[in-house]
Design a protein around this ligand. Structure first.
Ligand code: M6R
Length: 612
């Protein structure tokens, strides 16, 4: 979603703002803009805005020879109003410029009040209301920092903002509530951005702002207060994120890089079990033994790909730990009446840790008295991680491609560990089974690397069906969520309409869609459901459907006219979904390449979905 960069430094900060925006491109956006203050003579705001890519904004900056020591910049993902230059940030109110990430829920009310006072709106955005409200506040509260705090007090919703003012040209003000924002302490100045990747170009020293924080950045320092003005200290961290981790290197796309990073990402995530010992519940936090021991049920809340990880985990938790488990889409759970149960372990899964619906669902569960909470997340300092009693941080490294790949497989690895920890604490894991499961987990990076070697064959398949308009994915048991994930990957990056079904459901409706124009992709591991699945595949074949079957080493499925079979290197038991999904990621990636879509930044989508 939207991204923010702010800078005040003893240098021309325009290239820093632009490079910061480039690093935030992965979050998803449709327009970009920046405002700087020219401080020689009478301070004056200069604003540039462009629909489309940051490169367009950079071209404008070049053409105008823009240079300044203080500025704010923004990538916008449209919520209120179409993507257009008029709606792009920064928004200006007579000498004040504001950039904003998030949604102001009471903006219509604010807008009417401000219009009644004579303010003219030139955009359809909620952000413009912040700029005019701040301008109005400054009439009675002359200090910019205090006026920003008074403005924030009237906002309902989520925000991260950056503010510049012609009347106060020596500082930039930033604030956050519900949307991410961190400060950067550089050698030559101070910075702020929506994530660390944007600031690595100037510093590794970062300060994570907390919800409700307001900060002032000056050339000679910074300060942070709560929204009521109480000064607060926030720790300075040295980011361990390497600049290489957010560079493409030898790869064509981030998605390709991230697919191929999976053996490493899994190895890093599973590092704690690499030694010979058993599973330690404390991997999830100091209180894990107590909480897991008192867990009678598990409720998993997540969105998108993370929800699919939860669906796989349900099979594991119920079959290995013998604990009842439900999985719910966060945006649904948060708005329905449910029966709260304090003996339930609430597990939230999120790559970004900022997904608004998942965060709200977690807070909702807590408000119902369900305080046994666990976050499985890839971003240690994220909002979701800060809200839970227990946490497991996956070590996938930054995921830049909008399509989640290595985040998903590392989430599954974390959920496999959770299953074992729950089983162990509740006396449902024999020493023998524990050793067997751990040995499988330790071997996982090697097993995934072997799946990646299938890329040439999968590429061939992708060439065949990239011209199709629809595709059907089938799976059974714990591979049904993998079929769901395969369909989601295909539609989000290649725009081919894809649906997934548990194969047994085929004849209850979707079989009507099957003809030679409908490729059917089947996930067919050599498990106890294979024979059932084979019958389902016959139903497709008999209707002239073209089948692409991902089978296991031991699955006897004969190749024939219209039935293409690819054998996975090995059958992987309970962890088999982790191997099978990798082949489906490759399939989508290559289908998107054939179609020529924007693989890393698919249309209309954002990486961090920080709005509802
Ligand atoms: O950051 P999260 O894991 O909470 O994000 C949830 C979904 O938005 C995300 O998984 C989305 O479905 C992916 N882009 C799919 O590839």
């Amino acid at each position: 979603m939207c991204g923010i960069v702010t800078a005040i430094a003893r240098r021309n900060i325009v290239p820093v703002l632009l490079e910061g925006l480039r690093k935030l491109e992965y979050r998803g956006y449709d327009s970009a803009g920046l405002a700087v203050l020219k401080t020689e003579g009478t301070p004056q705001l200069q604003r540039l805005r462009a629909v489309g890519r940051v490169a367009e904004l950079a071209a404008q900056a070049d053409a105008t020879g823009l240079s300044a020591e203080i500025g704010i910049a923004h990538t916008r993902w449209a919520t209120h109003g179409v993507p257009s230059e008029r709606n792009a940030h920064p928004h200006i109110s007579a000498g004040l410029a504001v950039v904003h990430n998030g949604i102001i829920e009471n903006f219509e009310e604010l807008r009417s009040g401000l219009q009644a006072k004579g303010y003219k709106f030139t955009s359809e955005t909620d952000t413009e209301a912040i700029a005019h409200l701040l301008h109005d506040k400054l009439k009675s509260i002359p200090d910019l920092f205090d006026a920003v705090r008074a403005t924030l007090a009237e906002l309902v919703g989520a925000y991260a903002i950056g503010v510049l003012s012609e009347t106060d040209p020596n500082r930039a003000i930033v604030a956050r509530k519900g949307s991410p924002l961190l400060l950067g302490i550089g050698e030559d100045g101070y910075y702020a951005a929506s994530d660390t990747a944007a600031l690595l170009q100037v510093t590794r020293k970062v300060v994570y702002l907390e919800d409700g924080d307001v900060a002032e950045l000056r050339l000679d320092g910074y300060r942070v207060t709560l929204q009521d003005g109480t000064p607060v200290e926030r720790a300075v961290n040295i980011s361990s994120l390497s600049a290489d981790a957010v560079e493409l290197g030898k790869y064509r796309h981030y998605m390709q890089k991230e697919i191929f990073e999976q053996p490493q990402a899994l190895g890093n995530t599973l590092e704690m079990i690499a030694g010979g010992g058993g599973i330690s519940p404390q991997l999830f936090g100091a209180d894990a033994v107590g909480i897991f021991g008192a867990t009678r049920r598990v409720l998993i809340l997540a969105c998108g790909t993370s929800y699919h990880a939860g669906l796989v985990a349900r099979y594991w938790i119920e079959s290995v730990a013998k604990i009842s488990c439900t999985v719910e889409i966060a945006s649904e759970y948060r708005y329905r009446d449910s029966v709260p149960d304090p003996e339930t372990l609430v597990v939230v899964i999120s790559q970004s840790g900022e997904t608004a619906d998942t965060l709200a669902a977690l807070k909702f569960a807590k408000s119902l008295g369900m305080n046994k909470t666990l976050a499985i997340c890839n971003v240690p300092e994220s909002a979701i991680v800060r809200e839970t009693a227990l946490r497991f941080v996956t070590r996938a490294g930054p995921e830049i491609g909008v399509a989640s790949t290595k985040a998903f497989t590392t989430q599954l690895a974390a959920l496999a560990l959770l299953t074992l920890a729950l089983a162990k604490v509740n006396g449902r894991l024999s020493d023998e089974d524990e050793a067997m499961h751990l040995a499988h987990l330790r071997h996982l990076p090697v097993a995934v690397a072997k799946v990646l070697e299938l890329e040439p064959e999968i590429e061939g398949w992708a060439q065949r069906f990239a011209s199709k308009h629809h595709a059907l994915f089938l799976g059974r048991g714990m591979h049904y969520p993998i079929a769901l994930e395969g369909a989601l990957k295909l539609k989000e990056i290649s725009y081919i309409h894809a649906e997934a079904y548990p194969a047994g459901e085929l004849k209850h409706g979707p079989l009507a869609l099957v003809d030679k124009e409908m490729p059917v992709i089947a996930v067919a591991p050599a498990d106890s459901l294979l024979e059932k699945l084979k019958s389902n595949l016959q139903e497709v074949k008999a209707r002239g459907g073209e089948l692409y079957v991902f089978a296991d080493a031991g699955s006897e499925i004969p190749q024939s006219e219209g039935v293409h079979i690819l054998h996975m290197p090995e059958h992987y038991g309970l962890l088999s979904p982790i191997l099978h999904v990798v082949s489906l990621q490759l399939l989508s990636y290559h289908a998107a390449l054939v179609k020529g879509t924007d693989v890393d930044k698919p249309r209309n989508l954002a990486k961090s979905v920080t709005v509802e």
